[in-house]
Ligand binder design. Structure first.
Ligand SMILES: Nc1ncnc2c1ncn2[C@@H]1O[C@H](COP(=O)(O)OP(=O)(O)O)[C@@H](O)[C@H]1O
Ligand SMILES: [Mg+2]
Length: 465
């Protein structure tokens, strides 16, 4: 244990050495005779107490406050600090004891200090208040008894040792806590991310369930709409024929009875306009019937089974269903080559087509396209044992950084409500994982995007559609 003795009285150092290290020779007794102010800044190691007795002390001498500060500084830097300093109160011409202690504690607050004073003109309460650290300070009066010095050294170095161990233990504990906290923080982040993904998945599941319910209802609704459309259509046809017959009757009556023209009113106008109105009505009901049929196709319960399916027809149906998504931003350019029937779950595949078409519609809207400038280009062709389906658009396109992530579940560049980031993840999982097909994309910002799908026509089940 290292002890520093700070006293301007050279003779006193020998007294301390006798008490603290009685069995060891003085390291440099001659040095003690030199004038006090010429001592080296690092102090003098004057004696070491017999290491066999416990505790053993290494005593270092300083004769002025500044010199003591140098010793403490050096010891702290070397990682070999003093446990205890005996400090004299009056050490002319330099700092007095209090100033010295203040400086020492500024460097090493753990240092234990014994003030040795022959003077009683101090108010010790004031001194303690001024110095702080009252627990690290003892006061003994000079001339001191050997036992006072030895016992205060034993007690304070013992205390210093225990405090130091405690400090180390606390530091280790703090490190452990920090590490645990770090681990917890990391776990917390992971948990937050999982919670976020779960929320998205839940929202998506709710939407999927809603869509499924809408799909199931759609088949029924289509049937309900079909019936009145059928009799509206029949009735309009009947009205058309009836009107023609009526015109013929009127014409005959006119020839026969020479009816005055004023009784016939604006017959010419009716003769021109009524057939047109009937034609428009028939055309309208036909369109409603087509859309209803597409809806029925799209939502058909059989569409969820593996079967030899007409992919071209599924694309046409999906285009009809999605009409409202793209009708203001694109004209569709659809070229379907005859394809063999593909064994697949056509409902699932239609979902893929729908995702691609809706994405194109969004990209076209983002690029500010309209029906004149916007294009959705769809091509289908057979290539050996596969069919190839291309979905292109001249929308906003995407940079490579987006391309790299398009198949990631929940990756989206769209605001909440417009995109959920699931479309392409689902498309990829259906095409690649379910049908062992391929899906790939090429895209150029501000020019457009093209998705290519390649689907195997399961061998043996293909025939020309
Ligand atoms: N045709 C396209 N043109 C431009 N960007 C596209 C196109 N298709 C997909 N993307 C980009 O890929 C992202 C992921 O698409 P998707 O998985 O369908 O999720 P969502 O449409 O819900 O955002 C989109 O947010 C968009 O940034
Ligand atoms: Mg999408």
């Amino acid at each position: 244990m290292r002890v520093l003795v700070v006293d301007d009285n050279v003779a006193i150092h020998a007294d301390y050495a006798k008490i603290l290290a009685p069995l060891m020779p003085m390291a440099d007794p001659d040095a003690l005779d030199r004038p006090a102010l010429e001592r080296p800044a690092s102090g003098l190691v004057s004696a070491v107490r017999n290491p066999g007795t416990s505790p053993s002390y290494e005593m270092v001498s300083a004769f002025q406050g500044r010199q003591a500060l140098g010793c403490v500084d050096e010891a702290v830097r070397a990682g070999n600090p003093f446990a205890l300093a005996f400090v004299d109160m009056r050490m002319p011409p330099g700092w007095d004891g209090l100033e010295t202690i203040e400086h020492l504690w500024a460097l090493d607050p753990a240092l234990q200090v014994v003030i040795c004073s022959a003077l009683s003109d101090y108010d010790w309460h004031d001194v303690l208040e001024r110095l702080g650290h009252p627990n690290n300070l003892l006061v003994i009066n000079q001339p001191f008894d050997a036992i006072e010095v030895l016992q205060s050294a034993n007690a304070l170095t013992g205390k210093w040792h225990i405090e130091r161990q405690l400090q180390r233990h606390l530091a280790r504990l703090e490190d452990t806590v920090k590490l645990r906290t770090l681990n917890l923080d990391e776990k917390d982040l992971q948990l937050n991310e999982q919670t976020r993904l779960r929320r998205l998945a839940e929202a998506d599941l709710a939407l999927a369930q809603k869509l499924e319910a809408v799909g199931r209802l759609a088949a029924g609704i289509a049937h309900e709409i079909n019936t009145p459309i059928q009799y509206i259509s029949d009735s309009v046809h009947f009205l058309g024929t009836a009107f023609d017959e009526l015109l013929a009757v009127v014409a005959a009556a006119q020839a026969e009875c020479a009816v005055a023209p004023r009784f016939l009113g604006d017959l010419g106008f009716l003769r021109d306009e009524v057939p047109l109105a009937i034609e428009r009505t028939i055309e309208g009901t036909q369109r409603v019937a087509t859309i209803v049929r597409a809806m029925k196709d799209f939502a058909h319960p059989d569409a969820s089974e593996m079967a030899a399916s007409d992919v071209n027809r599924a694309i046409e149906t999906t285009l009809l269903i999605a009409l409202n998504e793209y009708k203001y931003v694109a004209t569709v350019d659809l070229v379907c080559e005859p394809l063999p029937l593909v064994v697949c779950n056509i409902g699932e595949l239609s979902q893929v087509f729908l995702n691609l078409i809706v994405n194109s519609a969004h990209a076209l809207a983002d690029a500010g396209r309209d029906t004149v400038t916007g294009r959705i280009t769809i091509r289908t062709r057979r290539n050996g044992d596969s069919v190839e389906l291309d979905f292109g658009d001249n929308g906003c396109g995407m940079p490579q950084s987006v391309m790299d992530r398009i198949y990631d579940p929940f990756f989206t560049t769209k605001e909440v409500g417009r995109g959920s980031g699931q479309g392409l993840a689902i498309a990829r999982s259906i095409v690649v994982d379910k049908y062992a097909g391929r899906i790939s994309a090429t895209s150029t910002p501000d020019v457009g995007t093209r998705f290519s799908i390649c689907l195997p026509i399961v061998a043996g089940s293909a025939s020309t559609a």
